[in-house]
Design a protein around this ligand. Structure first.
Ligand code: C2E
Ligand code: MG
Ligand code: MG
Length: 611
């Protein structure tokens, strides 16, 4: 038997029978039906046949010498390669016992001899179909298993990739969160993160009565000067160095955060009393006494610190921050380089200031300002030479408010420009009325105070020109009072503006002379027409009868520089006499008249009082 000759498409049937005749008959029948038929006369031949090519079906005789059909079947079933090949027994034994035994040893069918050819064929076909169905199922099963395996490994790979993606995203998210919650310059927690920590601390205080914490709000003093003079890069370098220094102080005891710009927040938790917070503030102030060694400069920096004591009554962390901020502002107002502990009254004051500010905005639209006039007396003649325009605020609820209270607020908020220009306009209107009145001297002057803030106003000269033009006043009768802070900067812009005013023949008076820090050399460089000696010096003049304080010196400075001297705040006849003795040119004060309403000025002028 050579398997190479086997037709592979055909089903292969192995006939095992010791009777050659049987073999021949069956073989011819099956061959005719299109099967590949091989024959074996005994077990040995059958085994060889199987080892050569595995048959699809075996027809097996039972009664054979040496190895009988049962035994042969048992061998076939025991051998892995042949175990699944269907075996049909063919035997003359027709006893049920034999048939049962045949099935028991692994046969799938049983044909009794003498056999009907048609029956053999049908049974063979059945078993072959069954077998191929089995094989097909088997094949499908393996295919299925393989597919499942493949899909599983694909899924595993996809899962692995997904896991990688998730980790990457998680890392990215953490990074973004980190960026969102930290300051990029110093790496410190930022305001958002700080407020979260405060919130936690507040929560802690609400849960536990013994839990106490404090908040420090630190703001650098004059940091802007560093930025403006040394540049932002140096400013940044300084902030990093400051953050580092603060961190070494704060890290062991609390949380440090950069709240923005040159502001830092410090949260101190688990405190027993406020002293610990004060100690930290003092320690910071102490450490700031040492200079910062930057790459190109050595810089000194001081800071003002506000301290707020946390408690469970705070509804929101922002309120706590606000109070520490308010205390910090108070520290600044008290002269900087210090700390201040928040007290609830400060909150009230801050609120009032805020109210004042918003009222002030409305006051401009509602025209709640009025101008009072205070006469200025020529000491040579004893008669009124002019007036100073002084603004007041007719507040709808609070009544008349002094400029001392609201001018600083107006300056801080920038509202001063419109208020001040309005005063100038009103004063010029008044001046024009007086100038056109036949009973009033043509030389009468009008002094108007100009806030230093106006000098950064881009169209100041144009605005003044427009007012003079509209009100038709003689600029020679107009005097503008400026303070020392205006000339202190010694800037070219200010110089130009003052020169332009001088070109228009407007007089320039240095107000509150002696209270600022201007040096005499500065005075020299500006086109000033007069010095108004501050009332504090006039007041002291009377107290020190013998030496008259600085007033004589001030008067002679004015004289030597070709300026007039005007004494302010003259309240007593003694002061007047002394000033006359010193040859002071002009005087102003309650002795002559308080600032009065415009209606009263006319009476005063026409009665022509003399002192
Ligand atoms: P100032 O320009 O030095 O004005 C003189 C202040 O001294 C006025 O206070 C005046 O009422 C007060 N005074 C006059 N005589 C005496 C006196 O004999 N004794 C005492 N103790 N005080 C006297 P007022 O009107 O309250 O103005 C305060 C300051 O407000 C002014 O000081 C000025 O700096 C500012 N101010 C007033 N009006 C304006 C304005 O229209 N524009 C600007 N920018 N500032 C103004
Ligand atoms: Mg004045
Ligand atoms: Mg003054």
């Amino acid at each position: 038997m050579n398997y190479e000759r086997l037709d592979l498409d055909k089903k292969d049937i192995l006939l095992i029978d010791d009777m050659a005749d049987n073999l021949r008959v069956l073989s011819s029948l099956l061959t005719k039906e299109g099967y590949n038929v091989r024959k074996a006369l005994n077990w040995q031949m059958a085994l060889t046949a199987c080892q050569t090519v595995l048959p699809d079906l075996i027809l097996l005789d039972i009664m054979m010498p040496e190895v009988d059909g049962y035994e042969a079947c048992q061998y076939l079933k025991a051998w892995e390669l042949t175990a699944d090949i269907p075996v049909i027994f063919i035997s003359a034994l027709d006893d049920t016992f034999d048939k049962v035994k045949a099935f028991k040893v692994g046969g799938v069918d049983y044909i009794t001899k003498p056999f009907e050819l048609a029956e053999v064929l049908v049974r063979v076909q059945n078993q072959l179909r069954l077998r191929s169905a089995q094989l097909q199922i088997l094949q499908l099963n393996t295919e299925l298993e393989q597919r499942v395996k493949q899909r599983t490994s694909e899924l595993e790979k996809a899962l692995e990739k997904l896991q990688g993606e998730i980790t990457y995203r998680q890392q990215l998210q953490n990074k973004l969160l980190d960026i969102a919650l930290h300051d990029s310059l110093t790496g410190l927690p930022n305001r958002v993160l700080f407020i979260r920590r405060l919130e936690k601390a507040l929560h802690g205080a609400k849960q536990n009565d013994n839990y106490r914490f404090a908040l420090l709000y630190l703001d650098c003093d004059r940091f802007k000067v560093v930025n403006d003079s040394l540049g932002h890069l140096v400013g940044d370098e300084l902030l990093i160095a400051l953050a580092h220094r603060l961190k070494t102080i704060v890290s062991p005891v609390g949380t440090l955060a950069r709240l923005g710009g040159d502001e830092f927040g410090i949260l101190l938790e688990h405190l027993t009393d406020i002293d610990t917070a004060v100690q930290v503030a003092e320690n910071i102030q102490q450490q700031l006494l040492l200079a910062f060694q930057l790459s190109r400069y050595e810089v000194f920096l001081s800071a003002s610190i506000g301290i707020a004591w946390g408690n469970k009554d705070y509804e929101r962390p922002e309120y706590l921050l606000r109070d520490a901020d308010t205390a910090m502002y108070r520290a600044k107002a008290l002269g900087r380089v210090r700390y201040h502990i928040f007290a609830p009254a400060m909150y009230q004051e801050a609120i009032q200031l805020l109210e004042l500010e918003s009222d002030l905005r409305r006051a401009i639209n509602r025209q709640e300002f009025i101008v009072y006039y205070q006469p200025i007396i020529s000491l040579a003649t004893g008669r009124i030479s002019g007036f100073e325009a002084l603004v007041r605020w007719q507040h709808p609820r609070r009544g008349l408010i002094s400029p001392i209270e609201f001018i600083p607020v107006a300056e801080e908020t920038g509202l001063i420009s419109s208020i001040n220009l309005w005063v100038l306009q009103s004063a010029c209107q008044q001046l024009q009325i007086w100038q056109n009145h036949p009973a009033i001297s043509k030389t009468i002057t009008m002094s108007v105070n100009l806030s230093a803030r106006l000098f950064s106003h881009p169209h100041l000269i144009e605005q003044i020109d427009a007012i003079i033009h509209e009100k038709q006043v003689n600029p020679a009768n107009l005097e503008l009072e400026i303070t020392e802070s205006v000339i202190m900067e010694n800037s070219q812009e200010v110089k130009t503006i003052l020169q332009q005013l001088q070109e228009r023949n407007i007089k320039l008076i240095m107000d509150d002379f002696g209270t600022g820090y201007s040096s005499l050399s500065y005075l020299h460089r500006f086109p000033l027409n007069g010095l108004k000696i501050d009332k504090s010096f006039v007041k002291r003049m009377q107290e020190n009868h013998e030496d008259m304080g600085l007033v004589p010196a001030m008067i002679s400075i004015a004289e030597s520089m070709g300026m007039r001297a005007i004494a302010e705040g003259v309240e007593t006849p003694e002061q007047l006499a002394q000033l006359r003795n010193l040859n002071c040119d002009f005087a102003q004060g309650y002795l002559f008249s308080r600032p009065i309403k415009q209606e009263l000025v006319f009476n005063l002028l026409t009665t022509e009082p003399q002192w």
